[in-house]
Write a protein that binds this ligand. Structure first.
Ligand SMILES: Cc1cc2nc3c(=O)[nH]c(=O)nc-3n(C[C@H](O)[C@H](O)[C@H](O)COP(=O)(O)OP(=O)(O)OC[C@H]3O[C@@H](n4cnc5c(N)ncnc54)[C@H](O)[C@@H]3O)c2cc1C
Length: 445
């Protein structure tokens, strides 16, 4: 008989690592498995730069908002314990860094993951989730690109969000010349190896600035063009009042809020995390531009108030047709590579969003979608199922619920630990209720 896991986690990034750490420390769901498509999952590997820029590149978070501290400050999986166990605590404290270096935090995430690797299967790119009804017991079947399917009572999808590719570029991503930041390291290196010299960076986010800095510092022979619709790169809003969006009480309030109130909050808090940059990278880029001008070179061009009207692949590169918002003039220019720092897709019915994440398409018939055809989740991040499937296990979206649970649910590490606790509590309660139902059913016979 095929083995059925109690819990299968899809993806082993920070979201599901935080959950696996909780299972381990609380001795829960020992019959669980985590599947990751990568052979060696590493936190945001495509945006780790592996050279001196890393010294300046920090995480946008205080380190105690890690995989465990907010759930249990005594956990062995805290960032502090990582520093302690790897012999770095004193020297790290001595640097007086408010926010750790990104590679250090990636190493911390890897350090936690390594201790939980007994539950991890790597190189498992999940293609499809379906629901089976076996002798009136609903189980999920998880199919991968290769290998045998995995069966589980509960599934926790922690794959991160799909990248947002603006419509003008949708047809061009196969070429290798146009790529989202989630492929930055591998794709830009492949282009450099083919002799690429002229890049366009689209967007005004933190990642856009980091990419401009990285390319300008480590490939000084390149010609870089930044394109943004805004007048300038906006500064991230990190004031402590706004940062209360990273409190569980905010999640509570946002989840209960109606559509209008959610919209009003979103407009207010957007700059805490999206399309906005930290002051340190902005100042560094500004100084770089000044320094270049001082030496009579013009390697970085900032195209502000600019709309990209069309993109077309030609023999010599990708031709962008753009309109200058100031003059109203339209012009076109060819680039060897175009890097999209254009964000990610939430669940929703607008053109930037996705109604049902691709992985859930196989269970679409069992999902109770809303009037716009979008997946609905409860406060515990469980996708709502049709009434006939009430006895099925949970299908949890861990890190995909920005639209329902508020800014930061997907785009920040801040709430990973409390979210893991909420999810674990919901699974336990659901199993308890199912057992109680089963027990009373047996008793009634
Ligand atoms: C460049 C970048 C920098 C960020 N920096 C910060 C920061 O400094 N501070 C902060 O608070 N937040 C930051 N964030 C936001 C957020 O905290 C991170 O995106 C975080 O990594 C989200 O964790 P996750 O586990 O949900 O998803 P991910 O980290 O994306 O992990 C998803 C995992 O799922 C795997 N996977 C994907 N699809 C499949 C599949 N079909 N089958 C199997 N496995 C799959 C992937 O290989 C990956 O290991 C950053 C985001 C980005 C994009």
């Amino acid at each position: 008989m095929t083995k059925t896991f109690d819990v299968a986690g899809i993806g082993f990034g920070p979201a599901n690592i935080a959950l696996a750490a909780l299972f381990d420390e609380e001795s829960l769901y020992s019959n669980s498995v985590f599947l990751d498509k990568s052979v060696n999952p590493t936190w945001q590997q495509e945006m780790l730069f592996n050279n001196a820029l890393d010294i300046h590149s920090n995480i946008q978070n205080i380190p105690h908002r890690d995989l465990a501290t907010l759930r249990s400050p005594r956990s062995k999986y805290t960032f502090m314990n990582y520093l302690h166990r790897t012999g770095k605590l004193l020297s790290h404290l001595n640097m007086d860094l408010l926010m750790p270096m990104r590679p250090d935090f990636a190493a911390y995430v890897g350090w936690v993951a390594e201790q939980l690797s007994g539950k991890l299967q790597t190189g498992c790119g999940v293609e499809r989730i379906t629901m089976l009804d076996e002798a009136h017991q609903h189980v999920y079947r998880i199919d991968m690109q290769s290998g045998e399917p995995v069966f589980a009572r509960h599934v926790v999808v922690g794959t991160g969000r799909e990248p947002y590719i603006p419509p003008a570029f949708e047809e061009l991503t196969a070429s290798g010349r146009v790529f989202h930041l989630n492929r930055y390291n591998s794709a830009h290196k492949a282009l450099l190896n083919k002799g690429a010299r002229k890049f366009a960076v689209v967007g005004s986010s933190q990642s856009a600035v980091e990419i401009l800095l990285h390319l300008s510092k480590y490939e000084p022979r390149l010609e870089l063009h930044s394109f943004m619709r805004r007048f300038a790169f906006p500064l991230k809003d990190t004031n402590p009042f706004m940062s209360e969006i990273y409190f569980p009480s905010f999640t509570e309030m946002y989840f209960e809020a109606g559509k209008d109130l959610k919209g009003r909050i979103d407009r207010d808090v957007r700059r805490t995390n999206y399309g906005a940059c930290d002051m340190d990278v902005l100042e560094e880029l500004y100084r770089q531009l000044y320094y270049d001008r001082m030496h009579g070179v013009n390697r970085i061009t900032i195209n502000r108030l600019t709309d990209i009207l069309a993109a077309k692949e030609e023999a010599e590169g990708v031709r962008l047709t753009v309109r200058d918002g100031e003059t109203g003039e339209t012009r076109s220019e060819c680039f060897d590579g175009v890097i999209l720092a254009t964000g990610f897709r939430n669940i929703g019915s607008d053109s930037r969003s996705v109604r049902v994440p691709r992985l859930l398409e196989g269970v679409q018939d069992q999902l109770a979608l809303d009037e716009d055809g979008c997946v609905q989740v409860d406060r515990s991040y469980r996708a709502q199922l049709q009434p006939g499937f009430a006895s099925a296990g949970a299908l949890v979206l861990n890190g995909l619920c920005e639209a329902t649970h508020g800014m930061g649910d997907a785009g920040s590490l801040s709430l990973l630990a409390p979210r893991a606790q909420t999810i674990a509590n919901a699974l336990l309660q659901q199993d308890h209720d199912a057992d109680a139902g089963l027990a009373s059913g047996v008793a009634a016979q």
